[in-house]
Design a protein. Structure first.
Length: 408
């Protein structure tokens, strides 16, 4: 019988680097998941009052995380999937923190969408992926094996996509836009051997809105009928009211002549982060239809900061018609969480590196624990390296056992 030895990573007062490159909120709105440039996954508790606290850091990747997504029906299995720049994929149980499946593929994914239709599919569902390759890959959500690829006549990298559910005809479609601006649609209800690109509707232009100078739109979601939220790469978001009088018809003249009028949506509200705009942002939106029914806009920064906004159910502009700013609800970094922690006066390993005269402590800059030997190896900023018994060190610091300290 194989016996596994759990490994534990221990930090001092300084939080580890966590430059956020991907972020999501689980369906139950109780956990925030972030992926980092360093390759680690961080789990954060999210309270009903939208307060954030860090819970776990998961190790398993060797490269920067590019995207996160749920990997099962969350009520049945609380699984999320992560992908990295070098093709690694891991499925994590966010309750236990365990990696339940992993693989490495020759693809760099930039976004993943989970899809499952219980009355039409067997198994755990599909992961619909796109990235730095042509069109869309279908990956088995359980085994992480590539099942199929969705192709088209004008194959190209995909820039964004969404799954469209039609309750009227009980069909599901995948609508995507390529990096060259070509809009494509696939019928997900067909068998794998007969997927075709088809005309989902007339694809007529309904309205136009341009970015402000220096900004680029990065994503968006539908809030309600005729209302959209759009966010940018530099941390702004905008809520627009569409003019429903112009939605039932195309603004292109039927006779094919030059467009006479462009319809612009009305800006109701906006959000802004007050931090350094030099760091890139990743943003997302959660519109939960279960209690507590929150509409949450969330942002992760390369600086390691998470920011949440509680979007009102009925966004409205100010009395004079100008757009209204939605205030930040919560903002936190991993270091903020470390500063809040009620711990012993020194970290478990902070006291190991000291100057020879004993008057000044050096900073532990790197450490590794070797479980098979119960050895804790610490490197200090002054160049010294200490090797000591790991469990006794932890015991001495956590229990403040002075008698053990003399052994180091």
């Amino acid at each position: 019988m194989r016996i596994s030895t759990p490994a534990v990573a221990v930090w001092g007062k300084i939080a580890p680097s966590h430059s956020i490159t991907a972020i999501m909120i689980t369906d139950d709105q109780q956990t925030i998941v972030t992926g980092s440039q360093e390759g680690q996954i961080c789990l954060w508790d999210l309270s009903p009052e939208l307060k954030i606290s860090s819970k776990e850091i998961l190790f398993g990747h060797t490269a920067s995380v590019t995207c996160l997504a749920k990997a099962r029906e969350f009520e049945k299995k609380p699984y999320v999937v992560s992908a990295t720049e070098n093709g690694e994929m891991c499925v994590w149980n966010v309750t236990s923190g365990l990696c339940v499946e992993n693989t490495k593929l020759p693809y760099r994914h930039t976004a993943i969408y989970y899809y499952h239709c219980s009355f039409r599919m067997t198994g755990e569902g599909w992961l619909l992926c796109f990235g730095e390759y042509q069109d869309v890959l279908i990956i088995d959500a359980k085994t992480l094996d590539v099942l199929h690829s969705l192709s088209s006549q004008s194959s190209d990298w995909i820039n964004c996509m969404c799954i469209v559910h039609s309750a009227r005809i009980q069909e599901d479609s995948l609508v995507a836009v390529s990096v060259t601006g070509v809009l494509k649609a696939w019928d997900l209800s067909s068998s794998l051997t007969s997927i075709q690109v088809y005309d989902y509707c007339d694809f007529s232009l309904l309205c136009t809105e341009f970015c402000k100078n220096g900004q680029r739109f990065a994503g968006g979601e539908v809030l309600a009928a005729y209302r959209l939220i759009i966010w940018t790469e530099d941390g702004y978001s905008y809520i627009y009211q569409l003019l429903n009088s112009g939605l039932s018809k195309s603004i292109y003249p039927a006779d094919g002549k030059v467009l006479k009028e462009t319809v612009y949506p009305h800006l109701l509200c906006f959000t802004d982060v007050k931090e350094n705009k030099s760091f890139p942002f990743v943003m997302g939106f959660m519109n939960e239809r279960k209690e507590p029914f929150y509409k949450i806009l969330f942002s992760g920064e390369a600086s390691g900061r998470i920011t949440l906004w509680h979007v009102p159910d009925v966004p409205a502009s100010t009395f004079d018609g100008s757009p209204k700013e939605i205030p930040i609800t919560t903002s936190l970094t991993l270091q903020d969480n470390f500063n809040k922690a009620h711990s012993v006066s020194e970290g478990i390993i902070d006291h190991l590196c000291g100057s020879k005269d004993g008057t000044e402590n050096a900073v532990v800059t790197s450490s590794v624990y070797i479980p098979s030997l119960d050895k804790l190896v610490c490197g200090c900023e002054n160049g010294e390296i200490f090797i000591t018994l790991g469990l006794e060190t932890a015991r001495a610091r956590l229990l403040e056992d002075v008698s053990l300290k003399g052994k180091f």
